[in-house]
Design a protein around this ligand. Structure first.
Ligand SMILES: [Fe+2]
Length: 291
């Protein structure tokens, strides 16, 4: 979501490119298949059913890099959203404007075999495998739309930092509580081999009940797994907490308060699971600046 120096574009048309699906090589399709198969087995039993339903409804499978035109023909019928190809990270204004228009910007390049586990810039696997399936869920899609609308206002109020935290703890790293346990829905976990395994197998992180003000106050580190995850009960919660609230006033309120680290638990938190913190004892002091 941050501006890329090479891309000074500010209008939507400047940012949207042709996916040019025919140019993907057989190696690109093979990398997609490797990533898809490995990740789907890692997510087994751990990911929200709504996500799996979305994969199926959109025909996103192991065969190769998805063709946006084919995927969009299905997605438009389901929630009215579409995926648009962008050249990489785009500035905040067109990013929010696209979401407000029910367009999801996705990168077109795919990582190399040397980068299967981690790469800094989101590629098509992160953007499409990670983000797009849940756009078939009406409640989630409605939230994404509202997120874009609020984002445009936040630019004027110089409050994009708070939108970034909301994005981080919901769209990228959100968890949802189901009768059978806490499940993954955030795209940053869904598309990451390491973090999906960490969420499934490691008890270090706190699971806190999602609270909008709490999330807006909580900073994050971009270079490691999360120390706290925020857990929603239903996808409707995401939209419901925003509806009818003066979010800009809330940003102004939060601006005056100190930023919380993801390690702490506050007296008012609804704690679903208190993390053991073990992972952080093993790797102390490697954190970059709190965002
Ligand atoms: Fe993302």
């Amino acid at each position: 979501m941050s501006a890329h120096a090479v891309l000074a574009a500010q209008t939507l048309d400047d940012c949207i490119i042709d996916q040019n699906w025919g140019r993907y090589s057989s190696e690109d399709h093979a990398i997609w298949r490797t990533l898809f198969e490995r990740q789907l087995s890692t997510l087994k039993g751990q990911v929200a059913q709504e996500y799996l339903d979305g994969l199926e409804a959109l025909g996103i499978g192991p065969d190769g890099v998805p063709d946006f035109a084919k995927m969009n023909a299905r997605l438009r019928k389901i929630t009215g959203w579409e995926v648009v190809a962008v050249p990489g990270l785009i500035p905040s204004r067109p990013f929010f404007q696209m979401l407000a228009n029910r367009q999801f910007p996705a990168g077109t390049f795919i990582r190399s075999r040397a980068q299967l586990d981690y790469l800094e810039e989101p590629d098509i696997f992160h953007d499409v495998f990670g983000h797009v399936p849940l756009l078939t869920n009406p409640a989630y899609a409605r939230y994404m739309n509202e997120y874009g609308r609020i984002g445009l206002q936040a630019i004027e109020r110089k409050a994009v930092k708070f939108l970034a935290r909301l994005n981080w703890y919901t769209i990228e790293f959100g968890l949802i509580r189901k009768p059978e346990g806490v499940k993954i829905y955030g795209a940053g976990i869904v598309s990451s081999y390491g973090e999906a395994k960490y969420v499934a197998q490691d008890a270090s992180a706190h699971h806190l009940s999602f609270d909008l003000t709490r999330v807006l106050r909580t900073g994050y580190y971009i270079d490691d797994f999360q120390a706290s995850y925020f857990v929603i009960e239903r996808f409707e919660d995401l939209f419901d907490v925003l509806e009818g609230r003066d979010i800009m006033a809330l940003f102004d309120e939060v601006r005056g308060e100190p930023t919380l680290t993801p390690f702490e638990i506050l007296a008012g938190d609804k704690v679903i699971r208190k993390g053991s913190g073990e992972y952080w004892r093993e790797f102390p002091g490697t954190k970059t600046k709190l965002k």
